[in-house]
Design a protein around this ligand. Structure first.
Ligand code: GTP
Length: 360
């Protein structure tokens, strides 16, 4: 039986200001809570047992996913009293695993959208005989990431903190947040205190002579740390660029969920999703955006690369680009908001209050 641990706790619990109630893994991406995509991809790769390691609001996961059987999985939940960090969280769920000491355990960070070839990572682990195998991805600007250089055979040579100077950028390979641990290695992580895999477990293993193997896979990869990244990820799921068996419908320019109402002359494109109970009015144009449940885009509005929170309202003729409108917020008619604007949940922006382009 293939087992996996999914890490969904820690400090970054919310996608502020989009939502104050829903933890990140439950925010819908392409129509279903983001976590569904990760669980469905794991299942498609042959995983049967998943332990969800969380440190907050576990009660929002269980009512939705239950025992996992609707996804063909056996799903268990473990909640930390205090956040234990990534390594501490892994150690904390060890007793739930059924695998033998030499068996591979998959571990996924819960805030990554990726097309990773999971069986290939398991194959790399088996054929290299490594203690831990890591998915590495190449990024254009590695300054925001810890670097993971490897030798000619793919063996990890170091874990380097975020580089501060150009000389410190020795590779463009970064930790992509998916690992295979040999089961017995998990038991060597100290129990009962916070541990970071990147800052403690991996460097300590290297120092002790363990074999850490990197697998560079330049597939789709996105860190969903910000609401803007969430918009991108949702659109890429709808477009089919980010592969997931959990997208509830055919991939394409748009996804309109049952119970949504879209005016016949409204135009949806660029991977836009319109969730259940949401409305898009006459003549509105929505591109690359997510309109969450019960939200309303009024006639003539133009919404591009934006996230419209649950129950929010975008007024008639308002133009939004790269904007996040929090749950139940109202942007009145005839506004123009641009890249980076965030409207807090339940806030109201009156009609004709902000514009950037010249007045005509
Ligand atoms: P450390 O490596 O422990 O310092 O965490 P980090 O802050 O560097 O990790 P990051 O924020 O990159 O989170 C990676 C994944 O681990 C995300 O999916 C988080 O939800 C999850 N995570 C981070 N900290 C914790 C924690 O304390 N408990 C649990 N269960 N998950 C965590």
């Amino acid at each position: 039986m293939t087992e996996a641990i999914l890490l969904v706790g820690g400090k970054g619990t919310r996608l502020r200001p989009l939502t104050v109630h829903t933890p990140k893994p439950m925010v819908p991406a392409a129509g279903v809570p983001f976590l569904t995509h990760q669980l469905a991809r794991a299942r498609a790769a042959g995983v049967e047992h998943v332990v969800l390691a969380t440190s907050y609001l576990a009660e929002v996961f269980e009512p939705y996913f239950g025992d996992g059987s609707s996804l063909g999985l056996h799903l268990e939940y473990v909640t930390e009293v205090e956040p234990l960090g990534t390594g501490g969280a892994i150690r904390n769920v060890a007793s739930r695993l059924h695998s033998g000491p030499d068996d591979p355990i998959l571990i996924f960070n819960g805030d990554i959208l990726t097309g990773l070839d999971i069986p290939a990572l398991l194959d790399t682990h088996r054929s290299s005989g490594a203690d831990v195998s890591l998915h590495l991805t190449r990024v254009e600007d590695p300054r925001a990431f810890g670097l993971v250089p490897t030798d000619g055979t793919g063996r990890v040579t170091a874990f380097l903190e975020k580089p501060q100077t150009p000389e410190e950028i020795v590779t463009d390979q970064v930790n992509a947040g998916a690992y295979v641990f040999r089961r017995s290695v998990i038991d060597t992580i100290p129990a009962g205190r916070p541990v970071s895999v990147e800052r403690e477990t991996f460097p300590d293993l290297l120092a002790a002579g363990a074999h850490l193997q990197g697998m560079v896979d330049s597939t789709y990869w996105l860190d969903l740390g910000t609401p803007q990244a969430f918009v991108r990820g949702s659109a890429d799921l709808v477009l089919g660029r980010a592969p997931s068996p959990a997208v509830p419908g055919r991939t394409g320019e748009s996804l309109v969920l049952p119970g949504a109402v879209v005016a016949p002359d409204a135009k949806l494109s660029g991977g836009t999703v319109v969730a259940e109970g949401a409305e898009v009015g006459a003549g509105a144009r929505v591109h690359g955006s997510a309109v969450l449940a019960g939200a309303v885009v009024e006639p003539g509005a133009v919404v591009t690369d934006s996230l419209i929170g649950a129950g929010a309202r975008v007024g008639a003729r308002t133009h939004l680009t790269g904007t996040v409108v929090g749950d139940a917020a109202v942007v009145g008619p005839d506004n123009e908001l641009r890249e980076g604007t965030r409207i807090w949940c339940e806030a109201t922006l009156p009609a004709a209050t902000i514009r950037f382009s010249s007045d005509q």
